[in-house]
Every structure is written in structure tokens, then in C-alpha cells.
Write a protein that binds this ligand. Structure first.
Ligand SMILES: [Fe+2]
Length: 474
């Protein structure tokens, strides 16, 4: 595999056997391993070459011992940040104080070098990797890759790919923060490779910077046209490369944090909206209960009519918003009954003509009560027109056919079904076949024929007569 995700470990130990053992184990784990045999050589190496990610530093060395070596490392600004594990054949506890003072990350007990230690080393780099952005550098020239890695690794996790195949393979599994892409490569040029990268899931907007030795205008124009964010001229000027990468990653992070802020605010608004919706439904249901409480023989009527109206709407192919709205509308269709005296509503014997005229006022009273609810005009419409008849002989306005608003035509069928299927002060619930016959007789006269047909289907699908008054409506 030509992908090199290299972490470099420097071993400083005067004991050759220890060095060889550590080298053997760490190389097998894929690290670049270097070793020196003294504290002086360790400092010299760190000062003259960058890119060492961790030093395993033996404490017991002749001349400069590990503690003295680390004191000198910490005193030199250019290498003071170096991560260090101490190696020792002695008891750790002897070195606790200087280790704390000098910021040693961990101890390794010599000559042990087993899986547990490998895990501890891995953990150091796992933290590193989590905090840093990853830059994928794709170039067929090993020297360029080495140079890019050397330049970028102090700031970024660097992954390098020598061919388009390696690059695509990596991108199909991992998502780096940014890609540096060589324009001229064998097999697939940079533009072609970019097109392939864009097809990979999550890579459609991955920031890409082209690397090119070309300086003609056509190339420059094409770079941007093909969707790269920038291009860098070879040979690189390290400061320019670092600045450009930094600028793009900063912009990307701002964009991402803006997007997540928008998402967060949207979720908050959605939650508030949902709460308001629940509150509205609870208020409306409470009102519906108040209406039903007025008439002891029709308890639960409003919620049952709401349920039937919603079901008719669903079967009529109405959108979910309509179904939800008609549920609200139907809950309040009889709100005007609040204004009708109890003794008339609850009368056990036949109503006089005057009493019947009083009852017939409830749609108009409902309009008065609901007129201020402007956000959902159908609420008022449902209360106003649910006693209109398709043949024009209803009340209060005597509208006919499709002059009657649709929500009212639906509620009218649901209302009639519930009136017939629930017990009244003067009679028991009617048998289902009688209810069915009444709906058939009312088709096109009392009821919109289409909605009456839907109700007939609902009745026919309910052979055990269970749809009515199931006690679950509210
Ligand atoms: Fe009514």
C-alpha cells in the first residue's frame, strides 16, 4: 500500500538490544522508527530535523541521562513541545517528580514491549489525530510527497497517496478535511480524478487544491471551473501552501458552524412549534369537552365527529395537513351549543318548534365565538355550515351543493353518523343497517354523495359495528 500515514518515533537508548526490540515492534505497527544511542544525539536530531511525533527516552544513560536530556529539550523553544515517554529498567516511582515537572506522558518498563505499551503509544496519536485536520496529498512523485509531508505534518495529519487508485481507495473509507491534488499523474489526470472523487459519498464538496507546475491561464481557469477551490504552483513555497490551506479550512469551519447553528435554531423552532401545536390541540380538546359536557347524552360527540371527519378526509385522498386541520375544525363544530340553555339541550321529550329554533341558532353562535380565530378560518366555517344540506334545505344559510364548503360537507356526514349511532335522551343508538339506509337515503339530499359513499364504505368495513363510540376518541 503506498498510502503513508506516518508517525515518527525516535528512540533514545544506549542499550542496543532495547533499541532493536522497540524498533522491531514499532515498525511492525507502521511507524517510522529512528534510534539514537545518547541524550546528546537525541537533542541534536530533534533540533535539526522536524517531524518527530514521539520520543522514547531512556532515563539511565551515561553522560546526559534521560532527565537531563529532557530538561534541555524543554529549555529549547524550538523543540520544547516534544512528546516524551520515559524508558526505564528501574522502579517508576523514583522518577515521579521530574516526570511530572517535565511533562512526561508515560513510562515504559524495559525490556517489556508488549501489546499494552503499543496501545498506550497508539492512544497518544489517537488524541493527536482527533484534534488535527487531515490533509490528503495525492502525487505520483515520492519526493513531492515527502516534502509535503515534512511541511504539513507539524500542523496537520498528513495522508499521502502515490496513485489515483490509492487516493480513491482511501477516500472511499475516510473523509479528510482537504485534498492537495497533483494535476499531472499517470493513469488519470487531476481533473479526471477530481470528477471521480466527486462521485464518492460525502466527497461532493470536499475542498480540493490542485498542485501544478503549469502557469498558463487555461489551466488556471479550468482548475476553478472543475470545482477546485484553489491551486498552488510547484515548486511550493511552504508558507504560501500553509496559508492557503489554513484559509480554506477556516472558511470551511465557519461554514460548517454556521450550518450547524442554523440546524440548531431550526430544531429549536420546530420544537417550539410542536409544543404550541400540542398546546393548541389540548386547548381545543378541552373546549370540545366543555361543549360535550353541556349535553349529557352526547358525551364525546365532538371528538368522535373529529375522528370520523379525519378518516373520511384520508379516504378522500386529502393531504395530511387537511386531515389534521379538519380534526381541529370538527372538534369545535358544535361550540355554539355553549350558548343554548341546558334545559333545551337536555330535554327528554320532543322539542317544541320554538325550542328547535333555539337549537338551530348554535351554528351562528359558534361563528360569534370563533370569529377571532383568523389563523385557521376553517374552524369558523365548520361551525357555521355543518347543518347545511346538499339539497339546500339546511340551516342557517340554506347553501346547496358545492356552495357548501368542503370541510362542512365532510363534517355533516360524520355528524349524522354519530348522531344516529350514539344514544340520545329519547332513544337508543340505531341499528347499523338503519344507519346505513339513512346515509343511502341522504346521498345527494342531505349529504355530499362522494363523502356519503366513503361513509358507506366505512360502515361496510365495520361488520361488528365497532367504529362508533369506542371510548378512545379523546
Ligand atoms: Fe351541530
Amino acid at each position: 500500500m503506498a498510502l503513508l500515514q506516518s508517525k515518527t518515533i525516535l528512540i533514545a537508548d544506549d542499550d542496543q538490544m532495547s533499541r532493536k526490540l522497540a524498533e522491531f515492534v514499532l515498525k511492525k505497527d507502521g511507524y517510522n522508527v529512528l534510534s539514537v544511542e545518547s541524550g546528546e544525539a537525541c537533542i541534536d536530531y530533534l533540533k535539526n530535523r522536524s517531524g518527530v511525533d514521539l520520543v522514547l527516552l531512556d532515563i539511565e544513560m551515561p553522560q546526559l541521562n534521560g532527565i537531563e536530556t529532557l530538561e534541555m529539550i524543554r529549555a529549547d523553544k524550538s523543540i520544547a513541545h516534544t512528546k516524551v515517554f520515559f524508558l526505564t529498567a528501574n522502579e517508576f516511582s523514583k522518577y515521579e517528580e521530574p516526570s511530572k515537572r517535565l511533562g512526561v506522558l508515560d513510562f515504559i518498563s524495559k525490556p517489556m514491549f508488549g501489546p499494552e505499551i503499543q496501545e498506550r503509544i497508539k492512544a497518544v496519536f489517537a488524541n493527536d489525530t482527533a484534534a488535527k485536520d487531515t490533509v490528503l496529498v495525492i502525487d505520483d512523485d515520492r519526493m513531492n510527497l515527502k516534502f509535503a509531508e515534512h511541511m504539513l505534518s507539524p500542523t496537520y495529519n498528513v495522508v499521502t497517496a502515490l496513485s489515483y487508485k490509492d487516493a480513491l481507495d482511501y477516500l472511499s473509507k475516510e473523509l479528510p478535511s482537504l485534498v492537495l491534488l497533483d494535476l499531472h499523474m499517470p493513469g488519470m489526470n487531476g481533473f479526471e480524478l477530481l470528477a471521480e472523487i466527486r462521485k464518492i459519498r460525502n466527497c461532493h464538496d470536499l475542498p480540493v487544491i490542485f498542485l501544478t507546475a503549469d502557469s498558463d491561464r487555461e489551466t488556471e481557469i479550468r482548475v476553478f471551473r472543475e470545482g477546485a477551490l484553489d491551486y498552488i504552483q510547484k515548486p511550493f513555497v511552504p508558507e504560501v501552501v500553509l496559508e492557503r490551506i489554513k484559509r480554506i479550512l477556516t472558511l470551511r469551519k465557519l461554514q460548517t458552524s454556521l450550518e450547524s447553528e442554523v440546524e440548531r435554531r431550526t430544531a429549536e423552532l420546530e420544537e417550539s412549534r410542536r409544543k404550541l401545536e400540542i398546546l393548541s390541540l389540548q386547548v381545543v380538546k378541552t373546549l370540545a369537552s366543555a361543549i360535550d359536557a353541556k349535553d349529557r347524552y352526547t358525551n364525546g360527540h365532538s371528538s368522535r365527529v373529529a375522528k370520523y371527519s379525519k378518516e373520511i378526509s384520508l379516504r378522500a385522498g386529502k393531504p395530511i395537513e387537511f386531515q389534521d386541520e379538519i380534526y381541529f375544525v370538527a372538534l369545535l363544530h358544535d361550540i355554539g351549543k355553549i350558548g343554548i340553555p341546558d334545559h333545551i339541550l337536555n330535554k327528554n321529550s320532543k322539542l317544541t318548534d320554538d325550542e328547535y329554533e333555539t337549537i338551530k341558532q348554535h351554528p351562528s353562535i359558534g361563528v360569534e365565538i370563533l370569529k377571532n380565530i383568523t389563523e385557521m378560518p376553517n374552524i369558523e366555517i365548520g361551525a357555521h355550515y355543518h347543518h347545511e344540506r346538499f339539497d339546500g334545505k339546511g340551516y342557517p344559510e340554506g347553501l346547496a351543493g358545492y356552495e357548501i364548503p368542503e370541510v362542512a360537507r365532510i363534517i355533516a356526514v360524520a355528524d349524522a353518523y354519530d348522531a344516529m349511532t350514539s344514544r340520545r335522551s329519547y332513544r337508543a343508538a340505531l341499528p347499523q343497517n338503519v344507519v346505513r339506509d339513512e346515509i343511502v337515503k341522504g346521498k345527494g339530499l342531505q349529504f355530499d354523495p362522494d363523502f356519503a359513499d366513503i361513509m358507506l364504505t366505512m360502515i361496510d368495513e365495520d361488520p361488528r359495528y365497532e367504529m362508533r363510540d369506542d371510548g378512545q376518541a379523546l
